[in-house]
Design a protein around this ligand. Structure first.
Ligand SMILES: C[S@@+](CC[C@H](N)C(=O)[O-])C[C@H]1O[C@@H](n2cnc3c(N)ncnc32)[C@H](O)[C@@H]1O
Length: 438
């Protein structure tokens, strides 16, 4: 298959091919006039550590590794799916892939560069890692929201050594791109303007123009529950507010686990909800296990665990935890989602397992869960939604419940029925929650 190279990738790769490499390590030549695109353009050496960010194909890392074979080139991606694609590309090109990093920020340190379980929390400006000597960053209007671009420019600044150079390629309006660069970087130099892309160079000299904290904190609750506090970062799904589809799913799921002592007929028995008169609630024998796939900031899973915790304390006022063995696993392919979910679970005092993966649970894990909740993305023509449902089917115990959410039921309904034979449609907040039993 022919590889699609974006304009931003092409301009960066071309630049890497022609960058001068002076012999003197201290010889950092900069144009006298920083806006002179014809001035000397050298990369500071020894360039031992190079970070490549924003490039999903791996093409920029390939070019940097070929140009500077002695250097340690780290290729960063936020999403595990992209990290896997980069890794594959490097291996296909016969290059080492040990430095592909899927993490919430470029400076996150980990013994496993592509951890399969969990990530470190958001790295701060003083992330505990060796600074990079040079950075190659690219962005296209489709690949990153504006706040994520700024956040990543800040993160790169924080993780670059003093005197280190950033080469940043933008697609879209070049004047807007320059404004964006200048919000974070001083001395931004326009190196090249090509068709549809512009390339900047900026050298780190002291502090950035401004450091902004782009994290957002807000509250969400299910009916009858207390609000839980959530934090999200740029790059997280629905940054700054709860998603209505996620809330619809959380509300239906919270009813699913609802147990009122006067209504309980016995472990494993059915309980009718007199107030709402809709879905009968199933009282699941404990310990209760939940899998939240595509967890984002943990909105759905954490609200459900909190609902169980509250139920438990109603049933057993002596203890706020009815069954300490109840557990939740949160999966997402995006490192910032996992970082946010981790922070939110810790704040709520909820112990959880976190898995950074684009392929569901590890293969050997089957039949572990009582409840699956998933609010899948639909941009891939249901390909990712199918990964969710395949995981749900594999992960649930017999009798376990699968709940997914979608705006219009048709497409997902057919897919869910392919795995679970039947799916009930529960309308909520303008969304359809699809309920199946394994
Ligand atoms: C629609 S959002 C739902 C987020 C959250 N559950 C909510 O309701 O607010 C979908 C989430 O799925 C994640 N995702 C996309 N592809 C995935 C995959 N293959 N495996 C796991 N998560 C994935 C995205 O990163 C995103 O966080």
């Amino acid at each position: 298959m022919e590889k699609k190279v974006t304009y931003a990738e092409a301009i960066l790769v071309d630049e890497i091919k022609v960058l001068n490499v002076p012999n003197d390590p201290n010889d950092l030549k900069l144009p006298k006039d920083l806006n002179d695109p014809n001035g000397p353009n050298d990369l500071k050496l020894p360039t031992r550590r190079i970070i490549v960010a924003g490039n999903r194909s791996g093409g920029v890392a390939v070019a940097a590794m070929r140009r500077w074979p002695e250097a340690e080139v780290v290729a960063h991606a936020f999403d595990y799916h992209h990290a896997r694609a980069i890794r594959k590309r490097l291996l296909d090109e016969g290059l080492p892939a040990r430095n592909v990093r899927c993490s919430a920020g470029v400076g996150t340190v980990g013994t496993d560069p592509m951890p399969s379980v969990g990530t470190d929390p958001m790295p701060s400006a003083t992330a505990d890692c060796q600074p990079f000597d040079a950075a190659f960053f690219m962005t296209t209007p489709q690949s990153m929201p504006a706040e994520l671009v700024l956040d990543q420019l800040q993160d790169i600044h924080a993780n670059l050594a003093e005197g280190g150079a950033l080469y940043a390629a933008f697609e879209g309006d070049p004047d807007e791109a320059l404004k964006t660069m200048r919000l974070v970087w001083k001395n931004v130099n326009v190196l090249k303007r090509a068709k549809h892309a512009v390339l900047f160079r900026a050298v780190k000299r002291g502090a950035p123009v401004k450091m902004r904290d782009f994290a957002a904190t807000w509250e969400a609750s299910v009916p009858g529950g207390e609000p839980l506090t959530f934090t999200t970062y740029p790059g997280c799904f629905c940054h700054r507010r709860p998603d209505a589809g996620g809330l619809a799913l959380a509300e239906v799921a919270a009813r699913e686990v609802k147990v009122e002592s006067r209504k309980v007929k016995g472990e494993g028995g059915k309980v009718n909800d007199e107030e709402e008169g809709k879905t009968p609630f199933t009282f699941h024998p404990s310990p209760f296990t939940i899998l939240d796939m595509g967890c984002g900031c943990g909105l759905v899973g954490l609200l459900v665990v909190d609902a169980i915790r509250r139920q438990s304390s109603i049933l057993n006022p002596q203890s706020s935890i009815l069954n300490p063995q109840s557990s939740i696993t949160l999966i997402d392919s995006h490192a910032r989602a996992i970082a946010a979910a981790k922070a939110n679970a810790a704040r709520a005092g909820i112990e959880a397992e976190f898995i950074l993966s684009d392929d569901g649970l590890p293969r050997g894990r089957v039949g572990e869960y009582d409840l699956f909740v998933g609010n899948p993305p639909y941009y891939s023509d249901y390909r990712i939604a199918e990964v969710f449902l395949e995981t749900a089917y594999r992960a649930l115990k017999p009798g376990g419940v699968c709940l997914t959410v979608v705006k219009t039921a048709t497409g997902l309904l057919a897919l869910q029925e392919k795995y679970f034979r039947k799916a009930e449609v529960i309308k909520r907040r303008g969304y359809c929650v699809l309920r199946s039993v394994r």
